[in-house]
Structures are given as C-alpha cells and as structure tokens.
Design a protein around this ligand. Structure first.
Ligand code: SAM
Length: 211
C-alpha cells in the first residue's frame, strides 16, 4: 500500500484549491496544446486521470491512454470516464518504468506532477521509457510545480511545499529549484514551449534527435 491509497479520494481538491484559481489553469493549457486530430496520447502516471480526461473530452479524435501503478487512483479516474461516457480512453494499471507498450507508438506523452516526487533513479527510468514510447516527432508535455514570486501564492502554496519536502526529502527541493530546460536536456529532450501557470509550469519538449 502506498500514499495514493489514501490520497485518491481527496486528490482532485488540488485542482479546486490551487490549480484552477484565477489565472492560467495548467489543465486548460495542456488541453489547448493538443490538437483534435487522430493521434495517440499517453497520460503517464495519470493518477485520477485529470489531464487525460479533459483531453479525451475536448478531442474525440484522440485515443487517450492513462497509465498508473496505483489502483485506487485509477479507480477514481475510471469513475470519471464512465460518468462522462467517453469511449476514446483506455486505462492501464502498470508501472511507468516497464509499460510493455510498443516503441514509438505515441504522438503525445504527458507527465503531470510526478517527477518532483521521484528519486533520481526513478526519474531516469520514467524519462527513458517516455523517450522510447514517443514517436520521432512526438511531444512530451511536462506539468510541474514552479517557484512562486507573489507573496500571496507563496503563502497559499506553503502547505503543499512542506508536504512535498516531508514526503520526498532530498530530491523535491533540488528538482523544484532546478533549471528545468537544462534538466530535461540531460534526458535527451529540448524545450520548445514553457508556459507559467498557477503554481506550476507547463512545458512542451521534443526529442533531441542529434543527442
Ligand atoms: C501526484 S500524482 C499525479 C497525478 C496526475 N498525473 C496529475 O497530473 O494530477 C502522481 C502519480 O504518479 C503515480 N506514479 C508514481 N510512480 C509511478 C510509477 N513508477 N509507475 C506508475 N505510476 C506511478 C502515482 O501512483 C500517482 O498516481
């Protein structure tokens, strides 16, 4: 049993309290990046499937695969998919480091709010798998926490910051403060777009084919 067995019920409060406040909601920004074309999207470590759900709803031509190793988180995602009657979605309970999915089979891969809680070994394995699964001209979309400049936001983000520091000692602060463009370069990705959102940043990355 891991922490997401408990967090699955209340997890979506994250969006209600922080991400969807007045300003750039990162979920809407991600949605706007993906075109309604016939293409395959992987929501890797999808949790309760918030990113994948809004994409599947907006883009009926996309096939959206949600993958997570936590059954309770996936159960919440499945509930939402059934409630909305979406038929362009597939949910898989698997580990992101060993997905058993076909190489080069996705046009878009989303990794949202995951890497800050991964130790360097897990980060390496997840990003290697994303690199393997992404088509040559595919895009990796990253959603991550970003340092806040406004005092109001620093105060409102403080409980989350403390929770992350306590749950992921050592690597959370290092990743949070890192130059993200340089960070992803180290894993064979070049940043083509970076949009500041509520408490977070949304990045679009391409495979560096010369690396
Ligand atoms: C903070 S949640 C993020 C959920 C969602 N992507 C979002 O944007 O809200 C992190 C999720 O990553 C999943 N996760 C962490 N490591 C994983 C792994 N190795 N394989 C599959 N899922 C993983 C957890 O089970 C959890 O559901």
């Amino acid at each position: 049993m891991n922490i997401y067995s408990f967090l699955s019920i209340g997890y979506d409060l994250l969006d209600k309290i922080w991400l969807s406040e007045k300003g750039n909601d990162p979920r809407r920004v991600i949605e706007s990046i993906l075109p309604n074309e016939k293409c395959k999207v992987l929501d890797m470590c999808c949790g309760t499937f918030t990113n994948g759900l809004s994409i599947a709803r907006k883009n009926p031509n996309n096939l959206v695969v949600g993958l997570d190793r936590s059954k309770p988180m996936l159960r919440e995602g499945k509930r939402k998919v059934i409630r909305e009657g979406l038929n362009n979605v597939k949910l898989l309970c698997r580990d992101a480091t060993d997905t058993r999915l076909k190489e080069g089979s996705f046009d878009y891969i989303i990794i949202g709010l995951v890497l800050h809680e991964c130790d360097p070994d897990l980060t390496n394995k997840i990003l290697k798998e994303a690199h393997r699964l992404l088509k040559r001209d595919g895009s990796l979309i990253i959603l991550e926490w970003e340092k806040q400049s406004s005092i109001y936001r620093r105060i409102k983000y403080a409980p989350l910051y403390l929770a992350e520091v306590m749950c992921n000692p050592g690597y959370f602060t290092e990743f949070y403060k890192a130059d993200k463009k340089e960070f992803f370069k180290g894993y064979g990705f070049e940043t083509s777009l970076s949009i500041s959102c509520n408490y977070t940043v949304v990045m679009k990355l391409k495979k560096n084919l010369e690396a």
